[in-house]
Every structure is written in C-alpha cells, then in structure tokens.
Design a protein around this ligand. Structure first.
Ligand SMILES: Nc1ncnc2c1ncn2[C@@H]1O[C@H](COP(=O)(O)OP(=O)(O)OP(=O)(O)O)[C@@H](O)[C@H]1O
Length: 586
C-alpha cells in the first residue's frame, strides 16, 4: 500500500502549484482560527470582565469581522484549489490509463474483463478524489496546525501545552490501529464492486443469449448474490468508518474536557485570568480538529488507495503487454521510420513466430508466405489455429516475436503505425458500431470524405436502401453495438467503411453469421467489388471464397500446413480442412 501512495504522490508533482495553494490556504486558515479565538476572547474579556464596552472595542469587532470574512475567502480558495488539483490529476491519470490500454492493443483487451476495466477507469479514478483533494492536504495540516497552536499555547500556559502534547498522538495512533482493519475491508469492497460491474456488463451484453436459453432467472439470482456481497462489504466498511469516527470523537472530546476541567479549576482558584482561560478553551477543540479530520478523510481516501492498486497494476500490465504491440515499440524504437510513397507491391512473412505473453506455447510458428499486389489470399484453419493473430500481425497490432514481415523491402516494424494504417483496411467478422449515427459509423474510416464518396461507399456496400426507406435513418443514433440495426446491415456498414477508406490492402475476417442464402448471394457481389483491385488477406469461411482466391493458406496449430493455388489444393484438402472453410470444427 505504501508503494501505491508513493506512486500517487508522483502525480501530485505535476500539479504542485495547486497543491501548495491548498497547503498555504490551509495553514492560513489554521492561523486565522487562532487569531479569531484570541480576538473573540479579548472582546468578551474586555466587555464582561473589565466592563469597558466602549468605542475602543469597535476596531476589535472590525478585526473579528475581517478575520471571519478572510476565513470564508480562504476556505473558498482552499476548496477550489483542492477540487482543481483532484480533477486535473484524475483527468491525467485516466488519459494515461486509456493510452496504456490502447497501446497494449486489441489482443490485450480481449483478455481483460470489460467490467473490471470500466470499474477501474470510472469508479476507480473517481475514488481518488478524496485522496488528492482532502486526505493529502489534511496530512500536512494535521501536522502543521497543531504545531502552530502548540507554539502559541505553550508560552501562555505550559500545563495545557503538555496535555495537548500527550493526548494529540492518541488520534493518529487509533487511526493506524483501525486503519489496518479498514484497509482489509475496503479492499474487499473494491473487489466486490469490480465483480458486480463485471457481472452487470456481462449480463447486459449477453441478454439476448440469456433470454433465448431461458437463463435469465438463474442470472437474476446470481446477480442478487453478487450485489448482496457488495452490500455486505459496504456495510463492513461503514461499520469500521463509524467505529473510527467514534474513537476519534471520544479521544478528542475527552481531551478537550480534560483541558476544560483543568482550566476551569485554575480559573476558579484565581491562578489563571479569564482572557487566557477563555482563549485556551476556544482553541482546544481546534487543536484536535485537524487530527480528527485526518481520521475521517483517511477512511474516505482508503477506497481510492485500493483503487490505485488496480489502476497501477492495470497500467503496469498494459505497459508490459504492450511490448508485443507495435505501437509502443515504435515509441521506444531507435530504428529510422520509413514512409511509403506508393502502394506496396509485395508483402512477405519470413519465418514469423509469435507468442502471447504468459502463454506457454507459440501461437504462430515459422509462418512464411507472400502476397503480391492485387492478389487475394484466403486463410483457413480450425478455431484457435492463429488466423486472427496472423491478421493482427499484418495489421500492425502485434509485433512478431521472431521473424520479420517485409513490405516490399522494408521491415513492417520500420513503417510507423499511423503511416501503415493509411494503406490498410480491416473488416472484422463482428464489426463494432458506436452509439452514434449510422453516417458517423461509416464516415469514421475517412471523416474528411466528400458527400459523393460517402454516397458511393454506401451504394457499393449495398446500404443505400436504408436511406431510401427512411432518409432520417442515417442521422439517428443506433445504440451501442448497433442494436437498432440488423446484423447483416452492421456487416454492410463495415464494408461501407472499407469502401470509403479505399485502402489498397484489405484484411478481412469473412462474415459467417447473419447470412441467409439470399443475403449471401447479395453480399457476394459487394464483397467481390471490395476485393477487386486490392491486395487481400481474407480469413475465409466460405468455399466460394477459397475457389475464387489466388492463393490459399491452411493454418493449423500455428503452422502453415499447406499452401498453394486453390485448383492445386482443393484435391489435397482433407475433409477436416474443407469443413474449416465452412466455419466448422475439425
Ligand atoms: N490476447 C490473447 N492473449 C493470450 N492468448 C490469446 C490471445 N488471443 C488469442 N489467444 C490464443 O491464441 C490462439 C490463437 O487465437 P486466434 O484468435 O488467433 O485463433 P483463430 O484461428 O482466429 O480462432 P477463431 O477462428 O476461433 O477466431 C488461441 O489459442 C487463443 O486462445
């Protein structure tokens, strides 16, 4: 935990201006409290003990009002600076986390539960606010303000000073003792929240399957159990927090009472004058307040510190995994980058092997093949053979562990990802449609495309009928995963993106789902148009694609088992291999 706190402190460094403003206003507030207590004690002493409520007290009343007003302004500045500090660090941290996740690439994201990621990115980062805005400045104030008060009280009354000195450490002592317990329960609460998030997201995403299989009731019961676990951990956190508040309150009340009794007795026996006694009485609760507040804010900050563990482990893990992603390699790479002037004429995989970090076996082993300009290469293989991994390597999402991918005579690793992206388009099997308009979803592949190019792309993808039916449909938000449009339409949106991008190289995972025979024939036309004139690597699921390809690669257990022209190969394909093309299992 100390490690997380240290890493959190590093983030304060970038916002030290605001942090010092928070501290300066906090310490000013401490000084003003002392001054206000003294002014009030002086006025009351003069008015009631010495009975001279005369005009000479007016300046003191003015000072008192001035101190109260300055306190209000200092409190306001303090709160604004504290909030600004927290908001800026949260935004920076969220940006950093998102960048790390994006750098780690799609292959890494596939392995992460979406609920955990959203919990860490949203609630996790939000829960850091009490740490930065309140707890951290309070640590300094809890050390500074009591010392300031001690410095004022000791010369006035050493006995009270000694009581302050001996009772003050009790508050942090109890805070540490209860803090251990709090650490355990808040960690459990954070885990329960992540689990709940995961479960809810999973349920919403799989709702259709749950309904279709009649499993909603089971899911409801389990969801109830997961939320009960979160409820129970929240209650334990509250119990510890209230126990801690009780202990802090008790210690500071008893200590203040002790000071009040000893002051009262000495006042009674005339050993202390009223001004001194009243001032100390006013200041006593203020002495314990910063320490008590530290205890309270410690509990509020605990969940942030726990979330920080998830945030930093996600950051570290994403950074570690990104070593197999090209994006980060580029940043670290010292090799000169190369810009392509014309569309690549030849792509060559030379003994490419790849292993996912943490996996015992190679996912791809010594893969070698070539694609020439305008050629269509069909890639087939059973589920888990490594087809997507191979496509990701060509797309530049992943970096070969061994071997080299050559683009003409340049290693792909030397072509910056942003540059490579200009030449290549990716059509996945299940395209993701964002919760935006259909037009935006198509245009995202080339936002600056002209209206004519956009119209042409939707015509080529066979989507113009949507506009013909309902012209307003193009501007309507379609919901996440494009729920408001059909699966077949979503696949044509992906084709429209590729048509609009008009890249010379196309990597495609051929659609298998949502294709009724009529639609398949219909889509065939559009697919052929898309493949025409482009260099294509197609993860093929239909026999017709293989028959019409220029070259076929048969991948099995990460190795290319056979490759060749379809006419030469079809006779050599075993029944297993033929079945793979239909999306089936061997
Ligand atoms: N991000 C990842 N981290 C670790 N292992 C992974 C990752 N992605 C895939 N794998 C593993 O790599 C192997 C190849 O996966 P890949 O997705 O490339 O296969 P595929 O041939 O495309 O399968 P399918 O046709 O079912 O999509 C599988 O064993 C898979 O479990």
């Amino acid at each position: 935990m100390r490690h997380e706190v240290r890493r959190l402190l590093d983030w304060v460094h970038s916002q030290r201006g605001d942090f010092f403003l928070v501290l300066a206003t906090g310490m000013t507030l401490g000084g003003l409290i002392v001054f206000q207590a003294y002014t009030l004690a002086y006025i009351l002493d003069a008015a009631f003990i010495h009975h001279h409520f005369r005009a000479d007290l007016y300046p003191w009343l003015g000072i008192l009002l001035g101190v109260i007003a300055t306190r209000a302004v200092a409190t306001w500045v303090n709160e604004v600076a504290a909030q600004r500090l927290a908001v800026r660090i949260k935004a920076q941290l969220r940006g950093e986390l998102l960048r790390a996740i994006l750098h780690a690439g799609p292959a890494y994201l596939k392995t992460q539960p979406a609920g955990d990621l959203t919990a860490t990115l949203m609630q996790g980062i939000e829960s850091l606010e009490p740490f930065f805005a309140y707890y951290l400045p309070q640590i300094v104030l809890a050390a500074g303000v009591p010392v300031l008060i001690l410095a004022v009280v000791f010369p006035l009354d050493w006995l009270t000073g000694i009581i302050f000195l001996f009772t003050a450490p009790l508050v942090p002592l109890f805070m540490i003792l209860i803090g251990r317990m709090a650490e355990r329960v808040t960690r459990r609460q954070w885990r329960a929240l992540q689990r709940l998030n995961d479960y809810i997201l999973d349920t919403i995403q799989g709702l259709v399957s749950l309904k279709a299989m009649g499993r909603t009731r089971d899911r409801e019961v389990r969801l109830g159990r997961v939320s009960d676990a979160y409820y129970a951990t929240t209650l334990s956190v509250l119990r510890v927090t209230f126990l801690s508040a009780l202990a802090m309150e008790l210690i500071s009340t008893i200590s203040t009472a002790l000071v009040a009794v000893e002051i009262g007795l000495r006042l009674l026996y005339g050993r202390l004058d009223f001004l001194q006694a009243f001032f100390i009485l006013l200041i006593a609760p203020e002495f314990y307040l910063p320490l008590r507040m530290l205890g309270q804010r410690f509990h509020a900050a605990m969940s942030g510190i726990d979330a920080a563990q998830s945030i930093f482990s996600l950051l570290d893990e994403a950074a570690e995994k990104s070593t197999f992603s090209r994006l980060v390699l580029e940043v670290k790479s010292q090799t000169p980058s190369v810009t392509l002037k014309t569309p690549p004429q030849r792509i060559r995989f030379e003994s490419v092997s790849f292993v996912y970090p943490g996996r015992p076996e190679l996912t791809l082993q010594e893969v070698g093949f070539e694609i020439h300009h305008g050629q269509k290469v069909a890639l087939i293989g059973p589920s888990g053979a490594g087809k997507t991994t191979l496509a990701y390597l060509l797309l530049g999402f992943l970096q070969p562990t061994q071997g080299q991918i050559w683009v003409d005579d340049v290693p792909l690793a030397q072509i910056p990802f942003v540059e490579w992206r200009r030449w290549i388009a990716w059509v996945p099997q299940m395209p993701y449609l964002f919760n935006a308009s259909l037009a935006w979803n198509v245009r995202m592949s080339r936002p600056m495309a002209s209206e004519n190019a956009f119209r042409e792309a939707i015509r080529q993808a066979g989507l113009e009928e949507i506009g013909a039916r309902y012209p307003q449909e193009w501007e309507r938000e379609i919901g996440e995963w494009g729920r408001a449009i059909s699966g077949g339409e979503a696949q044509r949106v992906a084709l429209a993106r590729a048509f609009l991008k008009d890249a010379p190289i196309l990597v495609m995972d051929e659609p298998t789902a949502h294709l009724d025979p009529d639609l398949e024939v219909y889509l065939e036309r559009h697919l052929r148009a898309l493949w025409e004139g482009r260099t294509c690597l197609i993860i093929a699921h239909r026999l017709s694609t293989i028959q019409n390809a220029d070259w076929v690669l048969v991948l099995d257990h990460g190795r290319i088992r056979v490759q060749g022209k379809p006419s030469d190969l079809l006779g050599r394909l075993t029944p297993d291999m033929t079945r793979w093309t239909m999306g089936g299992e061997p």
